[in-house]
Design a protein around this ligand. Sequence first.
Ligand code: NAD
Ligand code: DAU
Length: 342
Amino acid sequence: MTVLVTGGAGFIGSNFIYYELEHYPQDRVICLDKLTYAGNLNSLKKALENDRFRFEKVDICDREAVEAVFAQEHPDIVVNFAAESHVDRSVEDPGIFLRTNILGTQTMMDASRKYQVKRYHQVSTDEVYGDLPLDRPDLFFREDTPIHTSSPYSASKAGADLLVLAYHRTFGLPVSITRCSNNYGPYHFPEKLIPLMITRALADQSLPVYGTGENVRDWLYVEDHCAAIDLVMRKGREGEIYNVGGHNERTNLDVVKTVLKELGKPESLITYVKDRPGHDRRYAIDPTKIHEELGWLPKTRFDDGIHATVQWYLQNESWWKDILAGDYQNYYEHMYGKREKA
Ligand code: NAD
Ligand code: DAU
């Protein structure tokens, strides 16, 4: 089997590549990645030593380059992780989100049709469902919850999902979609909540919590997400959507305090800053379908996952220090410098 992974130099994609290489010793894994600010070949160092792995620097919107790889490799399964993934950046500059997340998905599906792949899998997000109120803990996102997006990022992911379902119905492309909640774990880019807090706390810098810190996210350890994608793309039904999440809801403030406790740093580092525009209040996944149909359950408890994640950042300082030393320096100043105190 040949598995083609897009966006494999990013957070979840790199974890997924290691998952596939380890669990399927007969399979080849091909990675297409444009290496945007979020793509990092250092995350694939060990994979690059494996002769069952091939990396190509390719923009998924570049039809010619994409097709050249399909013509050489004839992948059996295509998994599309490649995306612009940060909500705050989509508020600053929506255009690139529409290009990569929607048009890139189209390009990947056109090539998948032309080369008759057995499965095209789209890695989507629970953000396509919008948000839930904080005072209704009985409500969860199900696969039939209407699409109701808040940010340019989530709207672009929802647009892509609709296109994937349209390619299934119109052209019979054998597709599947997973919609997962917030991931955390190794190789997570330090612009996102958990790695941002770990790396800043380690330097005794202020920790910017948006608004009141009461917004709720449903956290899943990245390896559990990889296992879910793997199951769905190999055994899930064609044309179906599967929600992925482990019933692990926490307020942002709880998450930041857990990180501080793990690092032995004081809560006085927490600083409340101006809220994100359109900030989704609560995400919460109902994972009944993937559990009942495919037997998937998360394996990692939050406390263990956070401990493992903090240890990973402590043991892999050069990975994130290299990022902080590059363009990212300007990013923090640009995005946070103008957030007045709440
Ligand atoms: P990431 O930002 O860490 O990585 C994205 C990767 O895609 C990078 O390697 C980047 O170089 C690559 N990329 C971007 N534009 C590209 C293009 N035009 N062509 C080729 N490669 C390109 O993202 P992530 O957090 O790993 O998310 C991966 C996928 O999972 C995304 O589709 C995201 O929507 C989805 N998702 C993420 C989460 C989460 O919590 N991080 C949860 C659910 C779903
Ligand atoms: O739910 C899945 C989604 O999770 C994915 O589709 C996205 O790609 C991924 O980035 C993530 O989106 P969020 O917006 O939930 O993640 P982020 O880490 O940016 O923020 C998590 C929460 O923490 C959110 O409520 C905003 C808040 N936050 C974030 C940052 C970066 C802060 O309070 N301060 C911060 O500095």
